[in-house]
Design a protein around this ligand. Structure first.
Ligand SMILES: [Zn+2]
Length: 181
């Protein structure tokens, strides 16, 4: 069953005939989960939650619904900005340096700024809208160069360097940012 809590949002309650005490954990979806003995009343459930509130907050990475909502909102804004900018910037730089790609996809992965697949689709992370333009262009040039070199060989880096002479510095600076929203 699900319990509504003003602070934690949905709390997943698992009534376990084998357990004799309460145990708090985090579900795979980031929600607070409590495992309790089978005949725990709703009244007791709420009291257990209240008496353990501080402990839960200090020891578990609970997804606060407020922060979650703020993150969703930010993602929406970034996606809108990215839609209006990234495909056009990609097209512009591709034309400027003589590349032909097939498709541009927008992503919001937490780990990658961009990628280039063998079917000439270039994926760009919406998080690019949050970093300086020079670094953003470096990522785009990097992915464009993958159209000719599907690896990070010397020939690849040489090509990146032709279009972004400061790529080494940009690459280093990029590590200070994370693509996650
Ligand atoms: Zn690469």
């Amino acid at each position: 069953m699900i319990l509504q809590d003003p602070e934690f949002g949905d709390v997943i309650v698992r009534k376990n005939p084998l357990s004799s005490s309460v145990r708090f954990s985090i579900s795979t979806s980031g929600k607070l989960q409590m495992s309790v003995p089978k005949y725990t009343s709703n009244f007791l459930l709420k009291r257990l939650l209240n008496t353990n509130r501080e402990l839960i907050k200090n020891s578990l990475p609970v997804n606060n619904p407020k922060t979650q909502r703020a993150r969703d909102e930010k993602k929406k804004i970034l996606t809108n900005q990215a839609k209006k900018y990234l495909p056009y910037r990609l097209e512009y730089l591709a034309k400027l340096y003589g590349y032909e790609f097939d498709k541009c996809r927008l992503t919001h992965a937490n780990t990658r700024w961009g990628s280039c697949s063998s079917n000439r689709t270039i994926s760009l992370n919406i998080g690019l809208m949050q970093i300086p333009e020079k670094l953003r262009d470096y990522v785009i040039i990097h992915e464009l160069a993958h159209l000719n070199h599907m690896d990070h060989s010397n020939a690849f880096w040489q090509e990146v360097g032709e279009h972004d002479p400061h790529y080494k510095e940009h690459r280093k600076k990029l590590k200070m940012f994370s693509p996650g929203v």
